[in-house]
Design a binder for this molecule. Sequence first.
Ligand SMILES: Nc1nc2c(ncn2[C@@H]2O[C@H](COP(=O)(O)OP(=O)(O)OP(=O)(O)O)[C@@H](O)[C@H]2O)c(=O)[nH]1
Ligand SMILES: [Mg+2]
Length: 458
Amino acid sequence: MAYLDRDEETICALTTGAGHSGVAVIRVSGPDSFARVKQLCSFLPEQPESHRLYYGLLKDRTQSSAIDEVLVSYFGHGRSYTGEETCEISCHGNPVLAAQILSELVSVGCRPAERGEFTFRAFLNGRIDLVQAESVLALIESSSKKAAQLSLDQLQGQLSQLFRAIEEDIVWILSRIEAEIDFSTEGLEIIQKEVLLDRLEKLLASIEKLITSYDVGRLITDGIKIVLAGKPNAGKSSLLNALIKSDRAIVSPKPGTTRDTVDVIYKVNGLTATLTDTAGIRQTEDEIEKLGVERSLRALQASDLVLYIVDANDLEVDHLSDMEQLKAQSTIVVLNKVDLVSGEKLKSLREKLGQYLSVEVSATLGTGLEALESKIAAHFRLESTDETTVIIHARHEKNLKLVHEALVRARRDFLDQMSSEFICLDLREALSGIGKILGRGLGEDVINLIFKDFCIGK
Ligand SMILES: Nc1nc2c(ncn2[C@@H]2O[C@H](COP(=O)(O)OP(=O)(O)OP(=O)(O)O)[C@@H](O)[C@H]2O)c(=O)[nH]1
Ligand SMILES: [Mg+2]
């Protein structure tokens, strides 16, 4: 997507979803958008008012046959989403009609928009920065309430503001050190040194906080991967069904029922997780079950959280060694089938499991599920998340880490009383890193890559 000369063309695309609906909206943006639309909509006035709706018949380019009854909204230059003159045609939500209107628009000189091109133009015209452009994409794609909330905050500029504050801090430090190089032969005064160092420390701390927030941010946007594991017959499939309140996985008293992994979408506390049921892990000669066990192990490795199910009625099996192996992994140990055992037995089980045990449930009766869900939520620290300071894009995390590294170098050189030129070099590198997050000084290829993920019409 080359972007030189791009904004001289007038582009068009369907901005609402494909398929049948009450209304569909076609967006036309660019310097000639009104003139082009007027060629099809003769009912439009010579001098339209911005943010006004006009109603009439949209006809083909020869104005001989009517295509649809439409509403045209007009947005003047500098007052639209893209920042360019824009018309939005609301027609009836029929894909055939929309395609016909688009083809008429192309015949009068518009070009079909590329992926993300409207948002791209908004970025080029300075209406939004790159962080906000990315949040448009994230908002459209968000699969949970929490992810949508975060993206909306970021679209409104909260995160950009934070990045700009970091940028200002770096500039503040840099300008003072540069001034010393220019005007002083004796280097920095002691007092100023302390002030600068203090500011640098605070800056580093706030960047570290942002970087760690990605642990949560990534989970919120990508969704959490939770895997149900345990011995055959422990009740993994029963628990999966109980959590999603649907008979999705096959349950049977025969050990080795689940062979393949089963993925389901599971909503927990406003978040979306993928819950995976796996084959019970055991030594087996059965070829198919063996493959199933391999898949279980792979799913375990890729998971963010393991729910390890222990059958309360099956004391003979030694689960403790399994749990030892799971130590490296985030695990919640779930004691299932507590409805089958006496209070006495439960007591001895608790003793046996000791520190491993986290929650007791009965998948069949549905008891203990709420406690399990709050453990899951607590594990991801979801309640304590300070929403506006969460980063959700890998690109931001990567660049922030570079900024952080450069600032750590600057601090080291500062403390080692290295020459100010060295310190400035690192500070400038940090500055360029933060600029890149906001979309400044980025190569066309990088920008294209970001907008490539958008869909047409956005
Ligand atoms: N009483 C009781 N029975 C349960 C409970 N959970 C599971 N079961 C029974 O235990 C048996 C095995 O349950 P599954 O859910 O198929 O167990 P699994 O761990 O998926 O087994 P595999 O897929 O073979 O590894 C079934 O007969 C279930 O009805 C429970 O909480 N209480
Ligand atoms: Mg099963």
